[in-house]
Ligand binder design. Structure first.
Ligand SMILES: *Cc1c(COP(=O)(O)O)cnc(C)c1O
Length: 429
């Protein structure tokens, strides 16, 4: 007797998954941290590897039966080493493939970052990172995060005039507060990071430099954003944003820090690794090693530039005036609408982004002035310049008619018609 499939076993959840497939197919996915993982990545994620316990690391496990799992994890690591060595920066710290250590076990980006704290800091030590309101991440020391509660956080910001990170200010703060850990990483910042400048500040004050490339790891892997590999002591990342893998995390470090990082991940923070995720990370790394991924990453950036320019032409205030990467931040003050109602209106129009604080935002974090959008997902569908130009116009129309349900519905239909021409990877439609 055949085993029941999901539709037979649980029609309620099966229906909800079908509904989400349709939603993801029919709308413009502009959330900068989202993407469409491939069918191959999905298959690995949904495999029997989810059944296996394998606490420890390859060839040093606590349970038997690791004949296959060890190979999966070693393959994931080998591919990531090859991939991220390609565009490693000079400095000779971790750049050479044979001095690069990789841990693929963090459950996601936030646990990967926690492992860095556990590996190098004691509670109460000073940590510096870009503040949340300026585009930093919660785990870089924000007050509501464990990283801001258990450590002394000194956030740096962006310049008032151009909303860019001011490396002189970072240096001044670092000299004053002597952080033990310095984060170079962002979650809502549209410009290139100067990892070498962070390195020299970290050296000046004796800090560990951790680069968090959660958003940009796909761009870094493809060489379209400078790489911190070879510069930072540790590099953390998610695997599901521009990297286009499964939901997961990874950590790169030089060999001298390998043991501290590995021990922090397991047994410090986690139990058994998610082997199905590890396999899917290996699949994503293989995809990223293919020349087509470099083309993809370049198109993500090209599309973001076209979309930003289109929005500027339509009178939008794009912070810093544009973008170097996959995302942009719109300050909607000039459009007389706050971020939240704008994001809601766009969602009604089939264009999905997120409300976001802008630098020096006078409004509250739950009701900020801005909107964050990005191009990784729509680029995975094969959309290009023409579609980005259309998107800019739709965004302008939807924000200009935020309370006009008929107009929003009309835009949603036009969006859906366009989406029908661009099948999304991984969906089951
Ligand atoms: C997304 C993100 C994370 C956290 O990733 P999760 O997988 O959501 O835990 C960490 N750092 C940065 C910079 C991010 O953008």
């Amino acid at each position: 007797m055949a085993e029941r499939n999901l539709h037979q076993a649980d029609p309620e959840i099966a229906k909800l998954i079908d509904d989400e497939n349709v939603r993801e197919h029919d709308s413009m996915r502009l959330i900068a941290s989202e993407n469409y993982a491939s069918r191959a990545v999905m298959e690995a994620t949904g495999s029997c590897l989810t059944n296996k316990y394998s606490e420890g690391y390859a060839r040093k496990r606590y349970y038997e039966g690791q004949q296959v799992i060890d190979q999966v994890e070693e393959l994931a690591i080998a591919r990531l080493k090859e991939l991220f060595s390609r565009h490693a920066s000079g400095g000779g710290l971790t750049g050479a493939e044979d001095d690069l250590h990789v841990n693929v076990q963090p459950y996601s980006g936030s646990p990967a970052n926690l492992a860095v704290y556990l590996a190098f800091l004691q509670p109460g030590d000073v940590v510096m990172g870009l503040g949340l309101p300026a585009g930093g991440h919660l785990t870089h020391g924000h007050s509501v995060s464990i990283t801001g509660k258990y450590f002394k956080s000194v956030p740096f910001g962006v310049r008032r005039e151009d909303h860019r990170i001011d490396m002189e200010d970072v240096r001044r703060l670092a000299l004053e507060h002597r952080p033990k850990l310095l984060w170079a990483g962002t979650t809502a910042y549209p410009r290139t990071l100067d990892f070498a400048a962070f390195r020299s500040i970290a050296d000046e004050v004796g800090a560990i430099l951790a680069a968090d490339i959660a958003h940009i790891s796909g761009l870094v892997a493809a060489g379209v954003h400078p790489s911190p590999i070879g510069i930072a002591d540790v590099v953390t990342s998610t695997t599901h944003k521009t990297f286009r893998g499964p939901r997961g995390g990874m950590i790169f470090c030089k060999k001298t820090h390998a043991s501290a990082i590995d021990k922090a991940v397991f047994p410090g923070l986690q139990g058994g690794p998610h082997n199905h995720t590890t396999a899917a990370i290996a699949v994503a790394a293989r995809e990223a090693l293919d020349p087509s991924f470099t083309v993809y990453a370049q198109r993500v950036v090209d599309n973001a530039k076209v979309l930003a320019a289109g929005l500027v032409d339509l009178g939008f205030d794009v912070t810093t005036g544009g973008t170097d990467n996959h995302l942009m931040l719109l300050d909607l003050t000039r459009k007389n609408i706050a971020g939240k109602p704008a994001a809601r209106a766009l969602d009604r129009a089939g264009i999905v982004g997120n409300y976001n604080a802008v630098p020096f935002d006078p409004r509250k974090p739950f009701d900020p002035s801005g909107l964050r959008i990005g191009t990784p997902a729509v680029t995975s569908r094969g959309m290009g310049k023409v579609e980005m130009e259309k998107l800019a116009v739709w965004i302008d129309r939807a924000i200009g008619s935020a309370t006009d349900e008929a107009e929003l519905g009309q835009i949603a239909q036009e969006v859906k018609d366009l989406c029908a021409k661009f099948p999304a990877p991984g969906l089951r439609i």
